[in-house]
Design a protein around this ligand. Structure first.
Ligand code: ZN
Length: 278
């Protein structure tokens, strides 16, 4: 299929591209051999072997994203040398020894793919394209306006666990929840922040976006736990998946037996979690 490549803008044959990189689907298929897709707004899940794809990029741009971001970041969430249990804090992991710009832009490149896709564009992601494309294309943390992108889009990492031990850590790693928009995760995040998140390999990866309509507003995070840090170490909290309402719903759909609910509201619990670690 020929069309305009979303990255270089040239009219070329387009590749059928993944929005969430293929390696994450491969990881699941190599473990459980089967994908389960949970459809939003539908109270059922179904088995599927197809990974969601769209015609977005020419061959050269697909290769560019793959070589520059994906190859070096494919194992970021399952690299036991880089993500270790914290010796200083309970229920916390430490991510160490990473190249901040590459990791940050890898996740930004996934959000950018969503912004230019039909599926997510129609859900309001399209407006993000103009803020993200310069960074993805030129491997820079700076936006076209010369401002740091990470002043406006923060990356938050949370490791999922099941304190009731109904679901093993391995099973949690085999769940992909597509990108979706969520209410603010922390109670004290700015009121107009938008949170977009996905679940990959047992982690919630959330993009906290400070009003993309006003990209020069300054963003302030009082709590740093979970936010990908420029230098040194990122502390990753572990959170019971039941505390994240929509993730609980998605996982509940996959498992035929209803899981015990502790019915906690997302914000109060997580805020509490962050506070108790400081
Ligand atoms: Zn291209």
């Amino acid at each position: 299929m020929k069309g305009l490549c979303k990255l270089c803008g040239n009219n070329r044959p387009l590749q059928n591209s993944h929005i969430i990189p293929r390696s994450f689907y491969k990881f699941i298929k190599s473990h459980s051999g089967q994908l389960v897709r949970v459809q939003e707004h539908k109270e059922f899940s179904h088995l599927s072997n197809s990974d969601p794809k769209e015609f977005l990029l020419c061959y050269e741009c697909e290769q560019f994203l793959s070589c520059e971001y994906e190859i070096s970041c494919n194992n970021i969430l399952i690299d036991k040398q880089k993500i270790l249990k914290s010796e200083r804090y309970n229920d916390t992991f430490e991510l160490k020894g990473y190249d901040y710009t590459t990791y940050y832009l890898f996740f930004i490149s996934i959000l950018w793919r969503a912004a230019v896709s039909e599926k997510y564009g129609a859900r309001g992601f399209a407006c993000l394209n103009k803020f993200l494309i310069n960074s993805v294309k030129n491997k820079t943390i700076f936006t076209m306006q010369g401002d740091r992108l990470d002043n406006h889009v923060k990356l938050l990492l949370i490791k999922l666990k099941d304190t009731n031990e109904q679901i093993s850590q391995t099973s949690l790693q085999e769940i992909i929840v597509d990108l979706r928009i969520e209410e603010p995760i922390a109670e004290d995040s700015d009121d107009d922040a938008t949170v977009i998140y996905m679940v990959l390999q047992g982690f919630v990866i959330a993009y906290i976006i400070h009003d993309p309509k006003h990209p020069f507003n300054h963003i302030r995070f009082r709590k740093r736990v979970g936010i990908l840090q420029q230098s040194g170490t990122t502390l990753i909290p572990t959170v019971d998946f039941r505390e994240l309402r929509s993730i609980f719903k998605a996982i509940n759909l996959i498992h035929q037996r209803p899981l015990k609910t502790r019915a906690h509201r997302i914000k109060n619990k997580i805020t509490h979690n962050f506070k108790s670690k400081e």
